[in-house]
Write a protein that binds this ligand. Sequence first.
Ligand code: AMP
Ligand code: GLY
Length: 442
Amino acid sequence: MKVLVLGSGGREHALAKKLAESRRVSRVFVCPGNAGIPETAGSGKIQRKGLFNSFSMSPPFAELTTWAKAEDIKLVVIGPEDYLSLGMADAFRQAGIPVFGHSQAATQLESSKLFAKKLMKKIGIPTAKYKEINSFEEGMKCIGEFSYSYGYPLVLKADGLCAGKGVILAHTPSEAEAALQVYYKEKRFGKAGQTVLVEEFLEGREVSVMALTDGTCLKLLPASEDHKRLLDDDRGPNTGGMGVYTPVAFLSDEDLVHLEKNVLMPVISEMQKMGLTLCGLLYAGFMKTSGGYKVLEFNVRFGDPETQCVLPLFEEDLFECMLLATRGELASLALKPNLAKENSSSLAAVTVVLASQGYPLNPITNRVILGVENVQDSEVFHAATGLNKEAKFVSSGGRVLSLTAKGANLQEARERVYADVKKIQFEGMQYRSDIALKGIET
Ligand code: AMP
Ligand code: GLY
């Protein structure tokens, strides 16, 4: 059977690889994909479908759905939130093709932080205190009041989708004012930043929990810890994510059961009551604070780079799992949260992202990437890569590659991945050298 994966990042590369492992899958098309797709090694089933222009990736997606029907695609998997937010899943469903991805309406859970906050308030899910603002002046008043109650730092967040870059941490009144300038004067995030949430700062450890859902049932994937800040020791600006590890020791099995029962299940039930039934991936970002777990955000798609870390340990048939979700039959699937088999030699995984100079604000691109062929123990996932005239890989955006190594424990996985990271070079390449250290220390 043929599968279509939509998107072009490392996450989609990881999804395509895992789907291609299914014996029932004959071909995985990735659209628009990147230069690392098709694969010359591996299953040989993955093919890039990059021929569409950007117009065909915009509503009503007619060219794409017509092509998918003619190609007899049996499952569509949508990677990025902006495609979901444009109604891509709805278009495929209307065309009668099973799709693992939420409707445009249900995507509000991620595409509006205000929507998510209101939902959490309604059903009593712990999250950071917040206030909504809609102008610079309102913001100035709010930061004065808010900092009086909660002190600094404060968190400012664009309501809409900003590829993980719409959050600004302000340590002082002048930083908070500068942040407001970014949203309201510079208008860096356009419409997505016209409504802003001012939030209390939560201190603690972050953990990403992803689950497959058909709207009534959830199947958890192993939890992971992302490293959002650009630089070692959690310094520098927020990014889409610079590296991940799994398993997360501080999150006990009991914690996970608690979060599933008291956060994820109530969310999917409430969404269903609102007529916004989910079908796809639900991702909750938590902060473990001294006052318990609090939700930072919900995403309605696989995390990037969480997916590149978690899927290599996934020993089930992802194609079957997703197909069951599209049919509302996930309950029939027996899946333990800890997917790595106890007798497996790979119980841990570490992913390191290689990013361009200037990322996240102004990545410098078109740098030749050397050494990918020398990687030994890691899986390489391509993201912003292209090919130059000499058919050499070049960087074409912010996050360029991610590498994942597995191991019997985090220490082993970490050593393996960094040994391979050192074999890759491109001018200005940035990566964090402390991914998973936190996990080893706790
Ligand atoms: P979000 O898009 O809401 O998940 O925010 C992106 C990142 O900003 C999170 O993963 C955290 O690292 C950080 N962040 C967001 N909200 C808060 C908060 N209230 N307190 C502390 N850090 C936060
Ligand atoms: N790595 C965080 C995210 O995908 O939102």
